[in-house]
Design a protein around this ligand. Sequence first.
Ligand SMILES: Nc1ncnc2c1ncn2[C@@H]1O[C@H](COP(=O)(O)OP(=O)(O)O)[C@@H](O)[C@H]1O
Ligand SMILES: O=C(CO)[C@@H](O)[C@H](O)COP(=O)(O)O
Length: 476
Amino acid sequence: MGAQAAGPLVVGVDSSTQSTKVLVVDAASGTVVARGRAPHAVGGGAGKESDPGRWWAALGAALGQCGEAARQAGAVSVAGQQHGLVTLDAAGAPVRPALLWNDVRSAPQAERLVAELGGAAAWAERVGSVPGAAFTVAKWAWLREHEPAAAAATTAVRLPHDHLTERLTGAAVTDRGDASGTGWWSSATEAYDTGILDHVGLDPAALPRVARPGEVVGTVRTDELPLPRGALVAAGTGDNMAAALGLGLRPGRPVLSLGTSGTVYAVSRRRPADPSGTVAGFADARGDWLPLACTLNCTLAVDRIAALLGRDREAVEAGGEAVLLPFLDGERTPNLPGASGLLHGLRHDTTPGQVLQAAYDGAVFALLKAVDQVLDAESAADAPLLLIGGGARGRAWRETVRRLSGRPVEVPDARELVALGAAAQAAGLLLGEDPAAVAERWGTARGTAYPPRERDTAAWERLTATLADGEALLRR
Ligand SMILES: Nc1ncnc2c1ncn2[C@@H]1O[C@H](COP(=O)(O)OP(=O)(O)O)[C@@H](O)[C@H]1O
Ligand SMILES: O=C(CO)[C@@H](O)[C@H](O)COP(=O)(O)O
């Protein structure tokens, strides 16, 4: 155990794309007393898949690294990567590996579903979002079409965080935040949409119950993990909703998260409904909304380009006119699921460091373009961007965001805001408090403030033009 604890201990879990991270936190002060981390494997050939059993094993390994502290927890909450399709058989075992949020094979099914059920505006009004390949409903439609035997063997469908919560408690339960990324939960009625479920041949009985914010959904009932039996378990939520909890986020504060995915979001009191599909109309974990735009190519794509160039990720150079759209995995924002990376504007004097800088620029461009779209109209135009996720630790990422946004940037000292948000949710159960108020009291958003820099409008215009002119290639 690291630092001393005064209050009861809580465990917050972040089961994200690349790894599971666990924090044991003093509920009274927010002090992190122990932490653990274990990697996941993402496979699946042309797609992106992970074995849910590996998430469970990684959770056990990460908790094990926390030593005695985890065994003293009074409450636990699991946050996880959004959208993933976990299919279970009658014995509760996975029928096949989970299809992940960044698997673009389901793009044709998403397109078809949008057309079949009234078009983009109708979906935005009914569900809050226009589903793309990421949404669980498109993944389920893909499975029925490509692996009908697997779909037929499925008796329960879960999201990654639901699956882990169920293994902890035995309860089939999810929360409104993660449910809002399925495409079969309506933000208009705040309930499963039986018309959509019927359309895709999924029995509502196969889905978990949607818990109320603040509900105790069960207690730890497994001996497979180093957690105390009987500890309270919160509903958990999607990883972006958990980070919003972890920051104690209030409306008007935009967040930019740089991890496997790039996301930009804000809390809103108004239910979003963007018919263009750029902004997903997610629910947050407390009863408000979380309009969010997400890219597929963020830290992994830029690290891959740095490796191709044989450079350290910080070895960027200013200047030149190269433009790089690093869409190595296809892209979600803009919606170009079949795209690959595009490099334009090379000259004899272009340096490798300038090409790497262009990759950073291309990775944050669509996210920065969406900042104003996720904020309510009355938000201050110069509100600082809260920069989080693994990339927030990097100078090149931070300076790129400052240069292309022209906004002030704040980088919280706290590293694991998703796990911290889950811990705040767990602490809320024990203390009978709102998790956002818990996080505020913990001071999780405290960090370093960077003033605005002059905006690089020339680079912005080059990116805009290359995206428009390259459209035919990017749609191929
Ligand atoms: N010091 C650093 N500078 C820049 N990038 C970093 C640094 N540390 C980690 N990263 C990036 O963070 C990414 C992981 O971010 P994280 O938010 O943990 O991902 P996940 O999406 O799995 O939650 C890695 O892909 C890596 O590129
Ligand atoms: O699909 C989305 C948001 O809609 C992603 O943000 C996933 O939730 C995965 O997150 P990370 O593993 O990158 O944190």
